[in-house]
Ligand binder design. Structure first.
Ligand SMILES: O=C(O)CCC(=O)C(=O)O
Length: 274
């Protein structure tokens, strides 16, 4: 697959641990995605709450199999797959580990504690975090008021730090977070709907509760290389190559709500939450 990213973008990602691309989706695509997301019964049916340390709830729906629904077509689009391919280390095929629809509702949407995604995925026994990446698409605007993502620029270079439990989430060692904040820059990742954020599994990040009147919704798709086998992960998806589709599939192809067979994570029966 040819590189989707410019050399300067690859270098920025490598140095800073994240990369923002503005207007990754056009207005028509954003409108379609919003209409579908806000109106999707299957998505609501499979959503679950996760408590933060203060007991505030953040709602998310997580699934493993990207289908022909609007989210699946976006996750499988060339721009997402080749973007991930350009930024991850390694050469083997790009696979989809899982996607999450993050639904931070006005006034109630809880916080996410400081963590690295690899603080979770290490437990799944993925060995090579550089061969994984998260891609966050803003479905609504995300800003300081509604609890946008915060990252510590360059913290992915620290490698994985210790994680313990924080409410129902996993949280990074406060000592290392404090030291990182003393040494590196804290960045509020304010996004407009349609912008995208690519970020490294070892980038320290968090978000505050949404105390505003506006929802903050986003889609996060996680990719992995087929050769980076997780030795403690029941779903097979992370080693099955993605069947990529053209970027215009989201608007042009017949698609609507998410398929009930998307292999959802159900909180009651699954332990690993991400
Ligand atoms: O969407 C958010 O506010 C935080 C999400 C997050 O930290 C994650 O999924 O790893």
């Amino acid at each position: 697959m040819s590189s989707y990213m410019l050399p300067a973008q690859i270098e920025a990602y490598s140095n800073e641990g994240y990369l923002i691309i503005r207007n990754f989706l056009n207005t028509e695509e954003v409108t379609k995605l919003q209409q579908i997301a806000f109106d999707d019964g299957a998505m609501r049916k499979h959503a679950f709450d996760l408590n933060d340390q203060a007991g505030k709830k953040t709602k998310l729906t997580l699934w493993y199999k990207p289908g022909n629904d609007a989210y699946g077509l976006l996750t499988r689009s060339n721009r997402m797959v080749s973007g991930a391919d350009s930024l991850m280390e390694g050469k083997s095929a790009v696979c989809h580990f899982h996607s999450k629809l993050m639904q931070k509702e006005p006034k109630v949407g809880g916080a996410w504690e400081w963590h690295q995604d690899y603080g979770y995925w290490y437990k799944n026994e993925f060995l090579l975090p550089d061969q994984m990446i998260s891609v966050m698409i803003a479905i609504t605007d995300a800003n300081k008021e509604n609890g946008c993502l915060q990252v510590i620029k360059g913290s992915h270079k620290m490698g994985r730090v210790e994680h313990g439990f924080a409410g129902e989430q996993v949280g990074a060692s406060q000592r290392y977070v404090d030291l990182a904040l003393k040494t590196m820059e804290l960045v509020y990742v304010e996004l407009k709907a349609g912008d995208v954020l690519f970020f490294h599994p070892n980038l320290l990040h968090r978000s505050e509760a949404n105390l505003s009147d506006n929802a903050r919704w986003s889609l996060i798709s996680v990719y992995n290389r087929s050769s980076n086998i997780p030795y403690n992960e029941p779903s097979q998806s992370s080693t099955i190559p993605v069947e990529a589709v053209p970027d215009d599939a989201l608007l042009e192809w017949e698609n609507q709500l998410i398929d009930d067979n998307a292999n959802f994570l159900e909180k009651e029966k699954d332990q690993a939450l991400k």
